[in-house]
Design a protein around this ligand. Sequence first.
Ligand SMILES: NC(=O)c1ccc[n+]([C@@H]2O[C@H](COP(=O)([O-])OP(=O)(O)OC[C@H]3O[C@@H](n4cnc5c(N)ncnc54)[C@H](O)[C@@H]3O)[C@@H](O)[C@H]2O)c1
Length: 257
Amino acid sequence: MSQARTAVVIGAASGIGWAGARTLAADGYRVTLADRNVDGARERAAELGEPHTAAHVEVTDEASVQRLFDDLAAAGPLDAVVNCAGFSNVGPITDMPVEEFRAVVDVCLTGAFIVTKYAGRTLREGGALVSISSLNGRQPAAGMSAYCAAKAGLSMLTQVAALELGPRRIRVNAIAPGFVHTPLTAPAAAVPGVVEDYVDNTALGRAGTPEDIAAAVRYLCSPEASWVTGSVFDINGGAHLKKYPDIMFHVNNLVQQ
Ligand SMILES: NC(=O)c1ccc[n+]([C@@H]2O[C@H](COP(=O)([O-])OP(=O)(O)OC[C@H]3O[C@@H](n4cnc5c(N)ncnc54)[C@H](O)[C@@H]3O)[C@@H](O)[C@H]2O)c1
């Protein structure tokens, strides 16, 4: 009997990570749902049932990431790693406390580096690492300096890692989603005009769902993507063809009301 493929999804307690974990589980992977919100990850793993499990991880803490990957390695070969941990803040550069800038970079870029380091050591030959970057890694948004800079860095980190891990046939790719309805974007979606502005600036006329992104995760982890590495996939309804909404304009409008 062939062994089930194994995957770890980091940030699996919510949004895109949860959709990715569900999709990989449906494809027959044995999934570890890892998150700093371990209670959330446990609830999600219980929803999927056996043989899926939950684990705690804090991507900004190297010892925590190392512990996660040591445990995964002890359980057997690892086929796929999906890193979805990330968040943003909003505010103009001239007003932003440096520690708020650092906090976003710490999770979205340094955290992604730490995950890439241990994923690269642990994945089996031929395995896949998928990171969730962002449309904002290539399209600037006023008020989102830390997030845009960190995600641009993550897109480049992905390409460097693909070069370094290619000799072991480990494929490293990133997905750059546009605006996807998740708990992360709920506050922005509640600001009148933001979603409408985003949708107006797409070719396909809608915002995204976590399942839109999970479909790309599925492909990039699968053997069908065996000749794909170092790529950053725009999954955004065509938003990269136009411009990013002026979030600060909509926020300021709301504040002035
Ligand atoms: N939703 C969007 O529109 C959108 C667009 C582009 C990119 N992204 C990226 O997709 C990824 C997932 O976003 P989402 O919308 O699903 O957000 P979400 O908030 O719904 O889920 C993120 C999950 O990551 C976990 N997490 C956050 N920081 C962590 C840390 N330091 N260590 C471990 N776990 C951590 C959270 O607990 C949460 O469960 C993020 O990297 C985000 O930047 C989202």
